[in-house]
Design a protein around this ligand. Sequence first.
Ligand code: FE
Length: 213
Amino acid sequence: MHDHDHDDHHRHAQGHDHDNHYSDMQARVKALETLLTEKGLIDPAAIDAIVETYETKVGPRNGAHVVAKAWSDPEFADWLKRDATAAIASLGYTGRQGEHMRAVFNTADTHNLIVCTLCSCYPWSVLGLPPVWYKAPAYRSRAVIDPRGVLAEFGLMLPEEKKIRVWDSTAELRYLVIPERPAGTEGMGETALASLVSRDAMIGTAVPAARRF
Ligand code: FE
């Protein structure tokens, strides 16, 4: 069972980055990168390093801070449930593609999974740049049709009795999954807790473990 509202996509804003624009944009970016490299103005390896940093480090660390604070501070967690946009902004994480946020909390009964079926709407302010698979047609279609099967391919086997809710992002509303706090983390502070929270755990394709190996 899952929630999915195709009508949301009728509200996708004009000029929003849809797939049919990506190929053109990517071609332009590639042409620009090639030109700048040939002129000796940029180092492609440096660009790769910057993109890698935003994909895996800077962006998702913002979200992990939000999750760790929600785990540590019940008042903040309540605020996050009521008004995620304001609660997240209070930590300084605002900006493009993060203006309207909703936090969805995993529980013992329910696991949440985020997708954008139409294109690649994603909460940049808390997660950085979306991973390649998030933009892939296979993920976008199958996350809705067979979320349990998709999660199994990510190595996340959920018990049959656990309900999976699929949230379809739009240009206007982006989602952040707040995973369950792992058992055995009672004595941990916010910084240590944040280190347990991966990008994928905040998309819903993973769950945090008490220790990372
Ligand atoms: Fe989208």
